[in-house]
Structure formats: structure tokens, C-alpha cells
Write a protein that binds this ligand. Structure first.
Ligand SMILES: Nc1ncnc2c1ncn2[C@@H]1O[C@H](COP(=O)(O)OP(=O)(O)OP(=O)(O)O)[C@@H](O)[C@H]1O
Ligand SMILES: [Mg+2]
Length: 354
């Protein structure tokens, strides 16, 4: 159902995104080795990725880099190597698995089933070369790929090498911390291994007003709930075209809440979630939160945001230092910079900091 709050897996559950889906599929069909899918949180990157991988007639693996990071405190190559091989061998017989893994450094196959163990001596170059040599298309999708930066391994160099040397391996990377992922990959940085590489970049946008309204209408139709137009209009007015929030509102209604209850509950839950996501940045410096509060309360120009934060801190802040704070908030996707100044792209994030 459209209001299922988990990331979607099948095309029937995915509202629209037809254009993005066919862009990714065409790029893969044409053998493009690198696709980058960008967009702030809760716009449906993971859902789009799942559906794409489900529809393409190739073997693939989806790696959640954020999850690997939270499990290991870094993104070690042996964890990535294991996930890649597990994905590649999914559904294989033990004979085929053994054949594929034969004499791969650092990789062993367990006694029963095809339980793999991969140790530090693994070479990801060797793993990818082996997969490539089998001659079937294989897609490695890495969700929240900006987390790959927490590693001793230099993943952008590995990807650049694979793009040059391999025929059958493609990468799809997603990132919600758009600026961080761009900096990490360095596609626009002459010093970086991936500089200037042919790739396809897709920026996911929020739904337009008419799409958001249509999304809610269809979702309610699907669950057989008669919801007044006014409720729908107000919801879209408050949540904008952020499909993750629209979905949760719909799900609350599905659970039996009234319009008001559903909206209020969503705002409370969202606030808690957003502030907990933000806590990592806040730990770096409490100044990040003060800057967000200034913007949420209507300050948008660099100078007025700075003055507000100075007032809150009770001391002067160095210009360069303050620019870093705002630039980082942009890189993490909490702020957007336009010619009119700095804005919060998500109304519930704005609400959480007000
Ligand atoms: N096109 C869509 N149609 C219907 N529901 C969607 C669509 N895209 C996303 N959703 C729903 O919105 C929510 C957020 O989606 P998803 O997790 O895929 O987004 P995301 O961009 O990966 O978010 P995050 O940055 O938090 O990882 C989920 O509840 C998902 O089911
Ligand atoms: Mg996601």
C-alpha cells in the first residue's frame, strides 16, 4: 500500500518516480558504470533504489553504508567484501560458490550452506575482478554512500579503478547528505580519482503540490477511507511534497487517528526523530543547533543568523568559523543556500527547531 511506512520494494507501491526509474534503468542498460542518486532525507531514495534493483534483470547487492558504519564504527573493506560476495552468490549452489571464490585471498566458505568468512587480507580489487570475469552484469548499490568516508580504504579510488578496468560491474550510490557525498566522491574536484568521470547524476525532488494531493487521495482510496478535501489541503500545506511525511500522515489515518491527531502525532514523532538525527552534529558543536534555531525563527541572511547566534552565545564569533558552520549545515542537507539566503528545506525540520 502507498502508506506503508517502510521503504518500498515494488513498483506498485511506488507513487510516480517513473522518470527517475527509467533514467536509472536506461543508464544501467547502456552500461554506465556510475549512477549517483541525491536528495534530502525522506524523499524516497532507498525506495527508488529497491524498486530499481528489483526490476532490473541483473544480479545486484544493496549495501546500507550507514548501517555498516553503525555496526562497526567504520566501513571496513572486509565487511563490504563479504556483503558484495554474499549478494553475488545469493541463490547459488555450494559448488558454484566454491568455484567463484576459488583462491580468493582472505575469503573462506563455511562447512554448511554457503556461510562466508572474509578477513582483513581480502582485496576488494580482486573480489570485483573475479565477479567481473564471470561475464554477467552485476550492480553494487550503496545507500547513504557518504558513510564510506569512515574507512581506511579509499573507496572513490576503488570505484574509479573499477570504472576503468571492469566491463560488467556498475555502481549506484545514494546520499541524503548531498554535499558530503559530493565532496567525498570528488567528481568535481581535480585532485580526486573520480574527477570528471562519465556518470549519471539524479537529484530527487520533492513532489509538487498537485502530486502530493494526488498521492494522498490515491492512498486513501486504496485503504477505503473517505477523507475531506480540506484535510488533504491542510496536510499538503504543512508537509510540503516530502513523501516520507505524507506517508506517515496517511499511515496514522490508516491506524484510525483523526486528521488533527494524525498531524499532531506526526509532528511530535518527527521532532523527536529529527533532533535525534541531528545529535551527531550537535555533539561536534552546539553552535549548529543555535544556527538552525535562528533560521527556523525567520533569520535567513548570513549576517542576521550570525548576530542571532552571537546573542544566544553571548560572545563574538569569528567570520570564517561561522561560515564553516553554515557551510556544513548545507553539506549535511539541513540548510539550503539560495540568493535570498539560508532556508530549511523541510517544514518539519523547521518546526523541530522553532
Ligand atoms: N514514490 C513513493 N511512493 C510512495 N511512498 C514512498 C515513495 N517514496 C518514498 N516513500 C515512502 O516515504 C518514506 C521514505 O522513503 P525512503 O526511506 O525510501 O526515503 P529516503 O530518501 O531513502 O529517506 P532517508 O534519507 O531517511 O534514508 C517511506 O515511508 C517510503 O515508504
Ligand atoms: Mg534511505
Amino acid at each position: 500500500m502507498l502508506f506503508n511506512p517502510k521503504p518500498k520494494m515494488k513498483r506498485e507501491e511506488l507513487y510516480d518516480r517513473e522518470e527517475e526509474l527509467s533514467l536509472i534503468e536506461n543508464s544501467i542498460e547502456k552500461g554506465l558504470p556510475l549512477i549517483v542518486l541525491l536528495g534530502i532525507r525522506r524523499l524516497g531514495k532507498s525506495s527508488l533504489l529497491n524498486v530499481t534493483l528489483n526490476e532490473l534483470p541483473y544480479r545486484s547487492i544493496k549495501i546500507d553504508a550507514r548501517k555498516v558504519y553503525s555496526e562497526f564504527g567504520s566501513v571496513p573493506k572486509e565487511a563490504i567484501g563479504k556483503l558484495i560476495l554474499q549478494g553475488y552468490l545469493r541463490g547459488s549452489t555450494k559448488e558454484r560458490a566454491k568455484e567463484t571464490l576459488k583462491s580468493l585471498k582472505g575469503v573462506r566458505i563455511g562447512g554448511l550452506g554457503i556461510e562466508l568468512s572474509v578477513d582483513k587480507s581480502v582485496s576488494l580489487h580482486e573480489v570485483l575482478e573475479r565477479i567481473d570475469s564471470i561475464g554477467e552484469r552485476f550492480i553494487i548499490a550503496i545507500d547513504e554512500a557518504q558513510y564510506l568516508r569512515f574507512s581506511n580504504s579509499r573507496y572513490p579510488e576503488l570505484i574509479a579503478w573499477a570504472m576503468d578496468e571492469l566491463q560488467n560491474v556498475s555502481f549506484i550510490l545514494t546520499g541524503s547528505e548531498v554535499g558530503l557525498l559530493e565532496d567525498f566522491l570528488g567528481i568535481h574536484n581535480p585532485e580526486s580519482a573520480l574527477f570528471g568521470r562519465a556518470h549519471r547524476e539524479i537529484r530527487l525532488k520533492r513532489f509538487e503540490r498537485r502530486q502530493s494531493i494526488d498521492f494522498l487521495r490515491r492512498g486513501f482510496e486504496e485503504i477505503g477511507l473517505n477523507v475531506p478535501e480540506d484535510d488533504i489541503e491542510e496536510t499538503v500545506g504543512e508537509l510540503d511534497g516530502i513523501v516520507g511525511w505524507l506517508t506517515l500522515y496517511g499511515y496514522n489515518r490508516y491506524l484510525g487517528m483523526s486528521h488533527r491527531e494524525a498531524l499532531n502525532r506526526l509532528k511530535e514523532d518527527a521532532k523527536r526523530l529529527i533532533l535525534s538525527e541531528f545529535s551527531a552534529l550537535k555533539r561536534l558543536s552546539p553552535r549548529y543547533e543555535l544556527a538552525m534555531r535562528a533560521v527556523a525563527n525567520g533569520k535567513h541572511r548570513w549576517k542576521e543568523i550570525k548576530e542571532t547566534v552571537e546573542l544566544l552565545e553571548g560572545k563574538r564569533i569569528d567570520d570564517k568559523n561561522f561560515s564553516n558552520v553554515l557551510n556544513n549545515l548545507v553539506r549535511y542537507g539541513y540548510l539550503e543556500k539560495t540568493i535570498e539566503g539560508y532556508f530549511i528545506p523541510d517544514p518539519l525540520v523547521e518546526h523541530a527547531f522553532r
